[in-house]
Design a protein around this ligand. Structure first.
Ligand SMILES: Nc1ncnc2c1ncn2[C@@H]1O[C@H](COP(=O)(O)OP(=O)(O)OP(=O)(O)O)[C@@H](O)[C@H]1O
Length: 244
């Protein structure tokens, strides 16, 4: 599903690599949490999966496509298979919940249809169904700027899901939320993951959330994988190593 072969990312010549010779396979339907200190390379890792960051060395293969070899059109098509959620939501504050969710379809439609705001019955049905699933159907007409952080992240999740992705990526999606809301968001992510048979990869700072929800944990330190195993395999020593 996802494969990293000797992948390194160096942002500035002469500086330490943000990712250093990563070798990794992620299989379909895994729920992977990536742990690591600030600056360990978690965001860089996620960004290499959807082609937002090009590796300096090595090969990233996603759904059988080697990213380096893809032309813009194929990359765009592949990205429509990859939903993404963010720490700061990346929503359009003055637009409604529903309109924000519709933008998840933009990558799969001609630009003129997006500009005219024309959506098919199928797209409307999909949007309504995900708004119900994330618990925001009653709020569909409300401007996003009038929502709480947890509600905003639910909009972000619905927007990612209307793409009907097979891969869901999260770059610290709960870092701005309180512990209870974070747990609720993870419960939602896990239920979508199971129901839609997603392959999910999420960066998270909260060790307890990773232990509770992940099927596999990857620990990064200084751009290298220092732990790769199930939550039950992760010992205190492993954690000390990740957060050293
Ligand atoms: N656009 C960039 N240009 C130059 N250096 C960068 C860039 N983005 C990240 N870095 C550097 O790469 C390293 C890894 O950063 P990255 O953001 O991937 O870590 P992270 O684990 O996601 O951190 P955080 O938890 O703080 O978000 C850091 O040393 C960072 O300073």
């Amino acid at each position: 599903m996802l494969s990293f072969k000797n992948v390194s990312v160096v942002y500035e010549k002469g500086e330490a690599p943000a990712l250093n010779n990563i070798n990794l396979e992620i299989k379909p339907e895994e729920f992977v949490c990536v742990l690591g200190r600030s600056g360990a390379g978690k965001s860089t890792f996620i960004r290499t999966v959807n082609g937002l960051q090009t590796p300096t060395d090595g090969r990233v293969t996603v759904l059988g496509n080697e990213l380096n070899c893809l032309k813009e059109k194929r990359l765009r098509k592949l990205r429509s298979e990859i939903g993404m959620i963010f720490q700061h939501f990346h929503l359009i504050p003055r637009m409604s919940v529903e309109q924000n969710v519709y933008t998840g379809r933009f990558g799969q439609r001609p630009v003129w249809k997006n500009m005219l705001g024309l959506f098919s019955e199928e797209e409307k049905r999909l949007t309504d169904s995900y708004l119900r699933e994330v618990g925001l159907y009653e709020f569909r007409g409300r401007r996003v700027e009038r929502l709480s952080g947890g509600q905003k992240q639910r909009v972000g999740i619905a927007r990612a899901m209307v793409q009907e992705p097979s891969i869901l990526l999260g770059d610290e999606p709960v870092a701005s939320l309180d512990p209870t809301t974070s747990d609720h968001i993870f419960q939602l992510l896990k239920s979508l993951h199971l129901k839609r048979k997603l392959t999910t990869v999420i960066n998270v700072h909260d060790i307890e959330l990773a232990e509770k929800f992940a099927t596999r944990i990857i620990g990064l330190q200084n751009g290298e994988i220092v732990f790769n195993g199930t939550p039950s395999e992760m010992t205190k020593t492993d954690l000390q190593h990740i957060y050293k």
